[in-house]
Ligand binder design. Structure first.
Ligand SMILES: *[C@@H]1O[C@H](CO)[C@@H](O)[C@H](O)[C@H]1NC(C)=O
Ligand SMILES: *[C@@H]1O[C@H](CO)[C@@H](O)[C@H](O)[C@H]1NC(C)=O
Ligand SMILES: *[C@@H]1O[C@H](CO)[C@@H](O)[C@H](O)[C@H]1NC(C)=O
Ligand SMILES: *[C@@H]1O[C@H](CO)[C@@H](O)[C@H](O)[C@H]1NC(C)=O
Length: 314
């Protein structure tokens, strides 16, 4: 019993001390955070007034300098603070760095002194199906330029007959029909030009490539519509008598041709892959007419046919 009181008597003051230390620290932290928050408000209203198109560039520059000094002071304090505050300060600094760069952009706009535009990518590649209709937006090019306050950006494409670019939005739009079998890839130079209402302008080029993707828009075409051959009546089974060919201008399976014949009853067979026609059984007539079909592997499938006449020699 007595030893319990003794322990309590020694532990309690330590606990109180610790608690008050923690409280104090929390209070300090909260004060610092409140302080930072106030500063943020302060700087916020500064940025706001900057946005109201200050006429005096001296005033603007002074404010910008002030913003930057505040920022570096915050950074300085950050290195002296503990980790809870660090996180807070980190967020403040990040948001302030963004704001300062915005203000810098704004200052540049206000001074009507455009910098060379930069592109959000080194080069652009878009893929588009050859079947798209005229007027389809196939992609968008973006430059990282500050606009407003008398500064504007305009996009232009060099020699882009089959495409246009929306001068304001940077959207690439088809201007003609496309045909992969005519042209598979387009390469163009696009420029972004930043200019002030009155005078100066600066531009920067970027390269644009457009790949046209195949759709199954071509049927196989036979090199002849009618094939006529004379065959010896003594031709043996398996002997090749004719070879038919159909060409499909599409790509991959869209352009892969398979051959068939109809009707089945004639004594000839056709090689599905190569279109070679050979004797399949013995002859029972002196003239044979049949049709050959060429089908591609596209979906939906396209096909065409040709007529074959095989006459046995007298
Ligand atoms: C940085 O810390 C010092 C000393 O604690 C203080 O006087 C000053 O106002 C702080 N600056 C900022 C920007 O918080
Ligand atoms: C691309 O545009 C040119 C010029 O207008 C035109 O002659 C050509 O046919 C177009 N290309 C295709 C694949 O339509
Ligand atoms: C952009 O490209 C065009 C066409 O090739 C060229 O005439 C122009 O000088 C280029 N502009 C810049 C800024 O490089
Ligand atoms: C093939 O023959 C059929 C029937 O004899 C005919 O209707 C068709 O037009 C012919 N096709 C060609 C490509 O000559």
């Amino acid at each position: 019993m007595s030893s319990f009181i003794l322990i309590l008597a020694t532990v309690l003051p330590t606990a109180f001390l610790l608690k008050s230390l923690v409280d104090e620290k929390t209070a300090v932290n909260q004060m610092m955070i409140a302080d930072f928050n106030n500063k943020i408000k302060d700087l916020d209203s500064l940025a706001e007034s900057l946005q109201k198109l200050e006429t005096s560039s001296l005033l603007r520059d002074a404010k910008l300098t002030y913003l930057e000094n505040q920022l570096s002071a915050l950074k300085q304090n950050k290195t002296n603070s503990d980790s809870i505050i660090n996180t807070k300060v980190e967020n403040v600094i990040n948001s302030w760095e963004e704001d300062v760069s915005k203000v810098e952009d704004m200052t540049q706009c206000l001074a009507c002194n455009p910098s060379i535009p930069t592109w959000s990518s080194n080069s652009y590649t878009f893929n588009v199906k050859e079947s798209v209709t005229v007027g389809t937006v196939i992609g968008k090019l973006l430059s990282n330029v500050c606009t407003g306050y008398g500064v504007s950006v305009a996009y232009t494409m060099y020699k882009g007959f089959n495409f246009t670019i929306n001068k304001v939005t940077g959207e690439i739009i088809t201007a003609t029909s496309l045909d992969r079998e005519k042209q598979q890839r387009y390469e163009h130079i696009v420029s972004a030009t930043v200019s002030c209402t009155e005078k100066t302008s600066k531009s920067q080029n970027v390269s644009l490539a457009i790949n046209i993707e195949d759709v199954n828009d071509n049927a196989p075409v036979f090199t002849n519509t009618n094939y006529n051959v004379l065959v010896s009546p003594s031709a043996r089974i398996g002997e090749q008598v004719l070879s038919v060919t159909a060409i499909d201008r599409d790509e991959n399976e869209n352009g892969q041709v398979q051959y068939e014949k109809t009707p089945e009853s004639v004594p000839f067979k056709i090689d599905q892959q190569f279109g070679t026609i050979s004797v399949a059984s013995s002859f029972d007539s002196s003239v044979y007419n049949f049709q050959v079909l060429a089908k591609d592997g596209g979906s939906p499938q396209l096909s065409s046919s040709a007529n074959v006449t095989i006459t046995l020699r007298e």
